[in-house]
Design a protein around this ligand. Structure first.
Ligand code: PA5
Ligand code: NI
Length: 192
């Protein structure tokens, strides 16, 4: 008999953009993100100089990977750049056809999304902004400000995460700083 999850509630601290209780914490360091950035030499230099800093952390209320359950949490993405690319999450497709909702809590950034058949979309994310990620759209969040970016997320527990496709092929577009401002450019290394 699978575990039964009972109803519950948790507090979201809206002033600092964090979740007060969670059952899973994941910290992602730059060395784990190296292949996802365009300029890997710049990533290696930062890893060496700053002792492999954490780029983001997420705090989740995770439930059994069963149809109908949901996972939710908060991701906190540090400011910074690797070369001219802003700090970002790895990004992934869900392995099953499941959507996701993001709610911006703090800071400012861009959510980039794409499909395997070549569609691309981007949306700003900031406090109060709700971003809907439909099924079959890969999603990555980019911190374009000089403070922490945090957002709430919720998705189906049985969604699954496919990181391999993004690791191999990348995103069609990169979010870079140009003349002090975020700019979305084609990724010269992208393969469909
Ligand atoms: O489920 C999501 O899309 C988010 O919670 C991400 O998992 C989180 O932001 C971390 O990104 P990634 O899983 O791409 O490393
Ligand atoms: Ni997701």
């Amino acid at each position: 008999m699978p575990d039964i999850v009972k109803p519950y509630s948790v507090d979201l601290d809206l002033s600092i953009g964090t979740l007060r209780s969670f059952n899973k914490k994941v910290e992602v360091k730059l060395s784990e993100l190296r292949e996802f950035f365009f300029n890997r030499e710049a990533a290696d230099n930062i890893i060496k100089k700053h002792n492999d800093p954490a780029v983001y952390v997420y705090f989740e209320n995770s439930h059994p990977h069963m149809r109908g359950e949901m996972n939710f949490g908060v991701t906190i993405l540090s400011p910074g750049k690797v070369g001219c690319e802003y700090n970002m999450t790895r990004g992934h497709y869900h392995s099953r056809r499941r959507g996701e909702v993001y709610v911006g809590l703090r800071g400012e950034g861009i959510v980039v999304m794409q499909t395997k058949d070549g569609m691309f979309f981007h949306s700003p994310i900031r406090r109060g902004k709700v971003v809907y990620v439909p099924p079959s759209w890969a999603h990555r969040t980019v911190n374009t400000c000089d403070r922490k970016l945090s957002f709430f997320y919720a998705y189906a527990s049985d969604a699954g995460h496919d990181y391999g496709t993004i690791r191999r092929k990348g995103f069609a577009k990169l979010v870079v700083e140009k003349c002090g401002k975020p700019k979305i450019i084609d990724n010269p290394r992208f393969t469909r």
